[in-house]
Design a protein around this ligand. Structure first.
Ligand code: NAP
Length: 288
């Protein structure tokens, strides 16, 4: 039974929109399991109000918050400290208070990596093909660089955006082997892709029947390829169904969501958090 008192400490997530965020579900499930006096709530904040909202959260003593679309980059100038991983990715999803102001990091990279670390894969010989060069694509590139992938090929439909994406990594030590490719070059990349990541919304509900790749293109992936779709609804996506039918390793976006959340909660509470409770709360909420 949830009990809010005068001492209850506040956590939350800022986004626009934020109504569909699943973070309150998993964080409050973990908070209830731990029996700590915290509450995690959604904060709908439009971009023009981000600065005022961040000052307001400091004024009322909020203990930490997440950021989702469209605030992950805009928050950076408002922080007193930023972790090396967030600096490399150029985006912050987790913030906590310090004596000198708010500090921020990026737990999406850790979340993305968690299911891959369970696999024994010769990463230094693996070509990663990443579809999409948006916010999640940044965390994926940083993750693939951390794994030591041989090449990281980012594929997109807009050449100017891809060039800007490539330029944005120029001062970062992470992705030494980053390549950008227009969508038309995918047929050349697919036969080399040991890891294929979908970081586009193609295949997401309500367009669940869509896949970023045709069945014919998928059939050209090397045997034992890993197909990782960051989407978590539907579960599985059409892309992951295709991968499973071909006997490939299929990873959905749910574990990334759980693990980025668990890493954030651990940081705010300075203690181990019940990851399985967070995972099951989401599965239950999504009817899985
Ligand atoms: P984003 O910043 O809007 O980026 C989306 C990328 O996909 C852009 O490069 C965009 O290209 C591309 N794209 C969009 N529609 C496309 C289409 N029809 N064909 C080809 N490319 C297309 O979004 P994001 O935050 O990176 O999120 C991407 C996906 O990852 C979403 O499905 C999101 O739910 C998922 N995600 C999952 C997690 C998790 O924890 N599992 C975390 C973050 C995101 P343009 O720039 O040309 O539009």
């Amino acid at each position: 039974m949830l009990s809010i008192t005068g001492k209850t400490k506040l956590l939350g997530v800022m986004g626009d929109p934020v109504e569909h965020s699943l973070s309150p579900v998993m964080h409050n499930a973990a908070i209830a399991q731990l029996g700590v006096d915290y509450l995690y709530v959604p904060f709908p904040v439009v971009p023009a109000e981000l600065n005022r909202a961040v000052s307001g959260l400091a004024a009322i003593g909020v203990r930490g918050f997440n950021l989702t679309i469209p605030h992950k980059q805009a928050i950076i100038p408002m922080l007193a400290e930023i972790s090396p991983v967030a600096q490399a990715v150029g985006a912050v999803n987790t913030v906590w208070p310090t004596e000198s102001g708010w500090a921020g990091t990026n737990t999406d990279v850790e979340g993305f990596l968690a299911p891959l670390k369970e696999l024994t894969q010769p990463w230094s010989e693996t070509v990663a093909v990443v579809l999409g060069a948006g916010g999640a694509g940044r965390a994926v590139v940083a993750g693939c660089a951390t794994l030591g992938c041989d090449r990281i090929c980012v594929v997109g439909r807009n050449w100017e955006k891809l060039q800007a994406f490539e330029r944005s990594w120029q001062n970062s030590p992470l992705p030494a082997k980053l390549e950008i490719h227009p969508w038309e070059q995918l047929p050349l990349l697919i036969p080399e892709a040991g890891l294929l990541v979908n970081a586009t919304p193609v295949g997401m509900s309500p367009h669940a029947q869509r896949s970023p790749l045709s069945a014919t293109a998928m059939a050209k992936l090397p045997p034992n390829s890993i197909v990782y779709d960051l989407i978590y609804t539907p579960n599985p996506t059409q892309l992951l169904r295709q991968a499973t039918d071909l006997g490939l390793i299929a990873i959905d976006g749910l574990e990334m969501l759980v693990q980025q959340g668990a890493a954030a909660l651990q940081l705010w509470l300075s203690r181990e958090v019940p990851v399985e409770v967070m995972r099951q709360s989401l599965r239950h909420h999504l009817g899985l």
